[in-house]
Design a protein. Structure first.
Lengths: 233, 218
């Protein structure tokens, strides 16, 4: 019976097997829905030479940004550098290899990777630096480029609730990249705010079916807000 | 007088139609949400996976798990739905969004747009902009007409790395509303009190000035 019980008790177990030079895919958009404790565990483990695939690279001092501090990331695949000063500095100086990838293409690369599709054509990026070195074709008069799928050694995601089987639901827009990232990892680890008894999550409400998930761990989250914006009184 | 950011948003809002699904980029485009006419209903798409973005929250309703593409805290309106990034870009790439409004550094007479990096100086990343311009038919670019040193941003050929090729047909600047057709900018409207001569002087690419250029009113 334990074969389908994905729960682990410690963050050490959650990321056991993660070693230098591996590819890690991470869910999250900005600081929303990021697996903040799994990222902190990667920092504690001190693994180096990582290729990290994530829409953003956190901010200075939080999220994936903390892995830049000790140069644990060799290559970053992301769509947006944004306001992360250390990321921008390492990018411009050339010490961090960065593959800037359009956001929708990034999502689709991981969706395809998880779905067993090796590559796909898209109009996104045609005629821009993103298209350099890529095969181009025309379909119905529309110019498109060939983009290859992405898979990872590890996928780390943040859910709201999960059950023993690794079925996951996400809360609000903390869903973002998490469901696609979950499908594309050889080992997928989800950290959640709550682990519920089997049967509590309705089959109709599951966002990520447990087949994609290898390990589930219960965490506590800071959930830092990047742009605190309130309605004008 | 050049248009203020608020006036630019107001002008863009006049392009909204009842029943539209609209994606608003970061900056001036975000302000368009404040000027949706009362008698129409539109649904705002946020690329991080929210269709039906509502107003900003209060101290009581603020929630770290509810943000928009600009990472600002938001709420969801009645009728909203939330989904993954892959689903969000299926909507965008698949041409399901009726109107896209986004900013840029430069546009040119071929409908090219540059908005994501200045080599050696600034790398913001393209985020979802390349998908948005490739997937949408109806796009309005909002930007200032010229830089602070007076250099035109409406060019014969973009000088910066492109975000998309041949995909822009409408531009609203702080001085004018222009369309792009057959390798030229066509001046359709000018900001209140801004002369056609000033717009000509600040437009780098070929500009056609029809006889019936409208002066905007607010």
């Amino acid at each position: 019976m334990a074969g389908l019980d994905k729960r682990v008790a410690t963050y050490e177990e959650a990321l056991a097997g993660l070693t230098d030079n591996m590819t890690v895919l991470s869910g999250g958009f900005g600081l929303c829905g990021i697996p903040e404790n799994l990222i902190a565990q990667i920092k504690r483990m001190g693994v180096k030479g990582l290729t990290v695939v994530s829409n953003n690279c956190g901010v200075d001092g939080f999220g994936l940004g903390i892995l830049l501090e000790d140069r644990q990331i060799r290559k970053m695949v992301a769509s947006y550098v944004g306001e992360n000063a250390l990321f921008e500095r390492q990018l411009l100086s050339g010490e961090l290899e960065v593959e800037l990838t359009p956001q929708g293409t990034l999502a689709e690369k991981m969706r395809a990777g998880g779905a067993g599709i090796p590559a796909f054509y898209t109009a996104t990026g045609y005629g821009t630096p993103v298209a350099e070195g890529k095969e181009t074709r025309q379909f119905n008069g529309r110019n498109v480029i060939l983009e290859e799928a992405i898979t990872g050694d590890f996928a780390i995601i943040k859910g709201w609730k999960a059950d023993h089987f690794g079925n996951v639901v996400y809360r609000h827009t903390a869903q973002n990249f998490n469901p696609v990232v979950a499908t594309a990892g050889r080992i997928t680890v989800v950290e959640v705010e709550e682990i519920v008894e089997p049967g509590v999550l309705l089959p109709t409400e599951i966002h990520t079916p447990g087949i994609y998930v290898d390990r589930v761990i219960l965490g506590t989250f800071e959930k830092r807000i990047e742009q605190r914006t309130l309605k004008k009184a | 007088m050049a248009l203020s950011r608020e006036q630019m948003a107001q002008r863009v809002a006049r392009e909204l139609k009842d029943g539209y699904y609209v994606n608003l980029g970061i900056g001036i485009p975000t302000l368009v949400a404040n000027y949706v006419p009362d008698d129409i209903d539109v649904m705002l798409q946020s690329e991080n996976g929210l269709l039906g973005m509502g107003e900003f929250p209060t101290e009581e309703t603020i929630d770290a798990d509810m943000i928009n593409a600009g990472k600002q805290t938001v709420t969801a309106r009645k009728g909203a739905s939330i989904f993954s990034s892959a689903e969000s870009f299926a909507m965008i790439r698949g041409g399901h969004v009726d109107l896209t409004v986004l900013g840029a550094f430069e546009v040119d007479v071929e409908g090219n747009i540059a908005s994501w990096m200045i080599p050696g100086k600034l790398v913001k990343g393209m985020g979802g902009a390349m998908d948005l311009v490739a997937g949408a038919d109806n796009i309005i670019v909002t930007m200032t007409h010229a830089s602070k040193d007076g250099e035109s941003k409406l060019l014969s050929r973009c000088s910066l790395p492109l975000t998309g090729a041949g995909c822009i047909r409408k531009v609203l600047t702080d001085l004018a509303y222009l369309e792009i057709e057959n390798g030229a900018f066509i001046l359709r409207e000018r900001a209140p009190g801004v002369s056609v001569e000033e717009i000509i002087a600040k437009t780098g690419g070929k500009l056609i000035v029809p006889d019936d250029v409208i002066e905007m009113t607010f």
